[in-house]
Design a binder for this molecule. Sequence first.
Ligand code: GLV
Length: 332
Amino acid sequence: MSIPETLRVHLATDPSESGYYRLDPERFENAGKAFPDAFRRLRPSYSDDEAGFVRGVRDADVLIGWKFPRPGLAERARKLRWVQLIGAGVDHLYPLDWLPAGVKLITASGVHTKKSFEYVLMGLIALHTRLPRLAGHQRARTWKKIQTGTLPGKTALVIGLGAVGTGAAEAARTLGMRVLGVRRTARPHRFVDELFRPEELPAALPRADYVVLAAPLTSDTKEILGERELALLPEGAGIVNLGRGRLIDQAALEAGLRSERLGGAFLDVVWPEPHPPESTLWDAPNLFITPHVGADDIENYIPVVFSIALDNMARFFAGRRLRNVVNRRRGY
Ligand code: GLV
């Protein structure tokens, strides 16, 4: 394959996105300073509405965005080589049949690791201290002691060991916990003491004081924590979800919280999002819901995404393999 002298890059801001996620020239140029040779060879354009998108993708080699008009992309963007997402999950783009043949889909996996570490640190400590329950007591003006131990020696089970799961496993390890991990491959992980394959999950669940969900949502992982799996957890176990709401059977989770068989949950993701006010989930006991803010470091998010994107462009110019390419069959 011959490598072209330049790449036309179109950066499409999703018009419904809040200001912070804007893909603006200033931040792109700033991130480009770390990749001067590649950046010099880029021809960027920017849009924040559909007309600008259609104009911009017409001769683009690379599209950077998150939500964008997908129907007819193959005809609209005949030169397209890859789509760089500004997030890690791709489930909002399923089915992937809009992706023109031969065009790669690339994620920003890695951008969430540091903040996931902090969120899981917070979630594990808070659940272990019974903070959701204590917060309920405070709101009810009730002075009631719940005394708890410490985390070292307790067991955390991290489901999904990509970039988010790595932050989660490091948090559990930092807290002195024994870390069990679930991943598709048998590849060892530096923060995990014992690895399980997805089909071995039933053997891992009864050992978990805490479960952290950090897997992508695919047809294989949907409700990976279903009613049966939740029932295998020890009494009083806690759950942190940083992946997607539909990784859990939410009705079974709510029932487990209401019966107090589960000790508590910290959910950064729920189904659906935004979560409707009439949902009964909101007032399940011992539950904290944070509205999908747990893994995005808002001070550094777009700059880090741009460096992931630019690193791949530099790799492309050097004829090297691109990173974070989605496997269409696997779905992430
Ligand atoms: C956020 O949820 C992401 O997938 O990046």
